[in-house]
Design a protein around this ligand. Sequence first.
Ligand code: HEC
Ligand code: HEC
Length: 429
Amino acid sequence: MQSTLAIALGVLLTSGLANSDDNLQQHEDFAIGGAFFQQPWVSAPTSTTARDGLGPLFKANSCIACHVQHGRGHPPLTATEPFMSTLVKLSIPATTAEQLTVAKTLGVAPEPTYGDHLQPLGNKGLQGEATPRFSYTDIHGQFADGETYTLQQPTLHLDALNYGTTHPDVQHSVRVAPPLFGMGLLASIPAAEILANADPDDKNGDGISGKANQVWDIEQQQTVLGRFSWKANQPNIAQQSADAFRNDIGITNTRFPEQPCTAAQTDCHHLPDGGKPEIPDDLLDKVVFHVNAQSVPPRRDVTDPQVLQGERLFKQSGCASCHVPTFPALATQAHQPYSDLLLHDMGAGLADNRPEFAASGQEWRTPPLWGIGITATLSGHTRFLHDGRARNLLEAILWHGGEAEPAKQHVLALHQPEREALLRFLNSL
Ligand code: HEC
Ligand code: HEC
C-alpha cells in the first residue's frame, strides 16, 4: 500500500489536488476508496460487513477483478479460460417511442430479456445469464516489403442462454477493461479543449473527422460531452463507476438504484439485498477519488535515437491526428495522453454495429496511449483494442481502417526497421 500511496500522491501533487491541509484526509480517502475498489463484495445478507449486496446477477465481485492492478483486461488467452476482465454489452435498435426515451438516458435500448450488460454469474440460487465465448477467423495481409501477417477476427458466441433466446435484432459489443491511468487528468480537461479538436463534417478536408459523443449525465440530468470508456459513452468517472457497481457487481447506488434484473427475470427481483443503496454516495466518492488519483507510468528511453525516429514516424504516418499528444490543460504535465478523446469511424473491421448515444456502430473513442508500453509488465499480456483482439501493438495498428486507413497504409509501406522504431516509440509511452 505504501508504494501505491506514494505514486498516487505524485499525481495529487502534479494535478494540484494536494494542498497542505487536505493531505491527511486525501490519504485516508484514497486508502478507503482503494479498499472498496479491491476487496470482494459478498452476498447479502451478512451482519458483519458493509460490503454485502453482490448480485443477484453479476459479472465480477470487485473492480480489481477486471482492472487487475488498475491495468488492462483481456479476452480469454486460451480456449479454456473464461471471459473475466471482458464484458459483453447488449441492446436492440431503438424504434418505439418508449425505447427512444430509454435510449436518451441510457445510450441504447436494452435487450428485453437480458438488459444492457450480460451478467454471466448469479448467486443465491439464481442462474447466470449466459457464457460468452470467442471464436476467431484468420485474416491475412502483407507489408509493402513482402513480409506477411495474420490478424484474428473474433466472433462472439453466447452459450447456455439461461433466460431464453435473445431478441432477433440483438446487438453485442465486447469490451475489455481499459487501464485506469491518469483518469483525474483526463477529467480535468475543459470540455472546450476537447471540442476544439472536433471536426465532425471534416471541414478541413484532412479525412479525419473527430466527433464528440453527447451522453446523459444522471447527476446533472442533462446531456453533456462524453469522454470515458471505449465509445466516450460516459461523462465522468463517478457515473462510470456507479454503472460498474450496478451492472458488473450488482451493487446498487443512487445513480442506479435498481438491481440489474429485467422484467423477464422474475426470481431476481425477490432476493435479499445489501441495503438501499448498497453503496452510499460518500463511499462511491472515495472509490472515484482512488481511481482519479492513479498516476500515469513515467515514459522510458525518451532520448533513445530509435524511439525518437519512431516518434517522427508516428507524426509522419498521421497517427497524431487522432492520438493528439496533449491538451493545453495538460501541457505542463510530464506525461501526455496521445488522445483527442473524440470518436472516429474506424471502418467495418472494428465495428460492433451497436450505436451508443451519438457514437455509431463504427465509431470508437481514440484511446489514450500513455502507459501502453508497460502493458506486458503490469497486466501480463499484450492484447489491445476494444475487445482485445490485437495480440500486439503492430496488430492494433493493422486493424485501423475508416478514417485511419491512410495512417495504416503509411505503416504498411514502412520498412521493417522503421516499423521497429514506431513500435519502440509506442513501447516507450
Ligand atoms: C466486468 C469487468 C469490469 C469490472 C468488474 C469493472 N470494470 Fe471498469 N470497465 C470495464 C470495461 C469493459 C470498461 C469499458 C466500458 C465501456 O466501454 O462501456 C470499463 C471502464 C471503466 C472506466 C473508464 C476508463 C476509461 O478509459 O475511460 C473506469 C474509470 C472504470 N471502468 C472504473 C471501474 C470501477 C470503479 C469499478 C468497480 C466499481 C469497475 N470499473 C469495475 C470493465 C470492468
Ligand atoms: C482516425 C483516428 C486514428 C488514427 C489516424 C490512428 N488511430 Fe490509433 N486508434 C484510434 C481508435 C479510435 C482506436 C480504438 C479502436 C478500437 O479499439 O476498436 C485506436 C487504437 C489504437 C491502439 C490500441 C490502443 C488500445 O488501448 O488498445 C494503438 C496502439 C494505436 N491506435 C496506435 C496508432 C498508431 C501507431 C497510428 C498511426 C499509424 C494510429 N493509431 C492512428 C484512432 C486512430
